[in-house]
Write a protein that binds this ligand. Structure first.
Ligand code: GLN
Length: 484
């Protein structure tokens, strides 16, 4: 079998089950691919080659076991904000430079129990704050389609690794777009599940009312396989939902006849690149040709999503990041008193963007400003959520662009935080509403990938995956590979 690194998870599953391939062969092929491409891509912060080989051997040894799940023997990689017992977890930050978690996140436990092989930990913006992965304290990840461009962020390593064939699937996290925007910019598929669908126990928190863990892979069908393993109630996460988990693969019927697809005019924002709009509208036309009913809708509060998000997310971040004091986690800067040590550790070891968010959050939460900013933002958030409730009375899913632009140049937006924040205008509302969002590749503009975003009702990931898969049966954008 040639080019094992181009296999989809579905394809690898078939080959493994038929005995045409061993997990160790597949793992070795991906480790070789990582070695070949990583000097240019720089997606990994930690590579756990030996542990991966061991897990692959164990998967091969238990091949006859009838209980093995969809990811048994499949090599994956993990964004470095998710705790992995015994494996360094940095959040892309110097403040956790040497942090080795004593326990694994629930999602890691589920993957391991399901026999998945973990190749390592992936680069991201520091504490998942950013849209380009340039805010990592360690390295800049290149976009596999054009190494002078960003892979998007904050899960840029997770998207670049899939696009360059370094892992068959990865985990990312999405607080305001961090799975979907990099998936779009790297030409891969990515899913932000409903808030509460996947346990966040062991995820190092950024914005706790917004954060969700989700998969990235080449196809919607592959995402369905990963979600199947991740989804479900976890008593260790108080926000995890008890909603039943459907059979996601069984939902992939290829049939979207009668599916009502809403297209919100507000998402075709001013300044959107014409090539992005064109590719998005062409993708919606494909769904219509397959029998979906396309309906123009309005989500009038969309324009408030960006300011609302940039009040709420930093407020939550400022509270969540208070625990990093150099006393309990990570390295400590020397100082004369405990307070000096804390100040120096936080001052030197948090990057500029993280410090900016902590200051913004502390400000909007402070007495006298709380009502004007934080409370107000929460009220507007309710209106944004209501927009979606009203829309979903008329339509089954919503189709929209993911990012107003294709991948931008490394360095292009690093001096302008507001320009960087604007990258997320089409993805933030989905987190504020807590609903699920899927991205599938839908074409190219100026040689760079564009992603179609599909938005669903709470806990209806199945309809999104069905529509995304139906689209991929009709198109071949998801099969295009960058030259590396
Ligand atoms: N880019 C957005 C931010 O910086 C979203 C990040 C994310 O989803 N983690 O907050």
């Amino acid at each position: 079998m040639t080019d094992l690194h181009n296999l989809t998870i579905v394809g690898a599953r078939t080959a493994l089950d038929a005995g045409d391939l061993t997990s160790l062969e597949l793992t070795e092929a991906l480790l070789a691919r990582i070695e070949h491409t990583e000097p240019r891509i720089r997606a990994f912060l930690t590579i756990t080659a030996e542990a991966a080989r061991e897990q692959a051997r164990a998967a091969d040894a238990s091949r006859g076991n009838t209980e093995r799940g969809p990811l048994h023997g499949i090599p994956l990689a993990i964004k470095d904000v998710i705790c992995t017992a015994g494996v360094r977890t940095t959040c892309g930050s110097r403040i956790l430079e040497n942090f080795v978690p004593p326990y694994s996140a629930t999602v890691i436990e589920r993957l391991s129990a399901g026999g998945a092989v973990l190749l390592g930990k992936l680069n991201c913006d520091e504490f998942a704050m950013g849209s380009s992965t340039e805010a990592s304290a360690y390295q800049t990840t290149g976009n596999p389609w054009d190494l002078s461009r960003v892979p998007g962020g904050s899960s840029g390593g997770s998207a670049a690794a899939v696009a360059s064939g370094q892992a068959l699937g990865t985990l990312g996290t999405d607080t305001g777009g961090s799975i979907r925007q990099p998936a779009a910019l790297c030409g891969v598929s990515g899913l932000k599940p409903t808030y509460g669908r996947v346990s966040r126990y062991g995820l190092i928190a950024y914005g706790s009312s917004l954060d969700q863990i989700g998969p990235l892979a080449q196809t919607a069908a592959d995402l369905a396989m990963i979600l199947q393993v991740l989804a479900g109630h976890d008593p260790r996460d108080g926000t995890s939902a008890a909603a039943p988990v459907p059979d996601y693969r069984a939902a992939l019927s290829g049939d979207v006849r009668g599916l009502r697809v809403g297209v919100p005019s507000e998402y075709f924002v001013e300044g959107m690149e014409p090539g992005v709009e064109q590719a998005t509208r062409a993708a919606i036309a494909v769904l219509r040709e397959r029998g979906a009913e396309v309906i123009e809708i309005s989500l009038p509060y969309t324009k408030y999503a960006l300011p609302t998000y940039y009040i709420i997310a930093p407020a939550e971040a400022s509270a969540n990041l208070a625990r990093f004091d150099g006393v309990r986690y990570g390295p400590r800067e020397p100082g004369d008193s405990m307070w000096d040590q804390i100040e120096l550790t936080r001052g030197h070891r948090f990057g500029a963007e993280v410090r900016r968010r902590i200051m913004l959050g502390a400000y909007t939460l402070s007495a006298g400003y709380y009502d004007a900013y934080y409370k107000r933002a929460q009220q507007v958030r309710t209106l944004i959520k209501r927009d979606f409730e009203i829309a979903f009375a008329k339509v089954d899913i919503i189709a929209a662009p993911t990012s107003p632009t294709v991948a931008f140049l490394i360095g292009q937006k690093t001096d302008n935080p507001l320009a960087m924040y604007l990258s997320d205008v089409c993805t933030l509302p989905i987190n504020l509403a807590g609903v699920p969002g899927l991205v599938v590749p839908c074409g190219f503009s100026e040689g760079l990938p564009v992603g179609l975003q599909l938005i669903g009702r709470p806990f209806d990931e199945a309809s999104l995956l069905r529509a995304g898969d139906a689209y991929q049966r009709e198109t071949d954008w998801h099969t295009r590979r960058p030259q590396l």
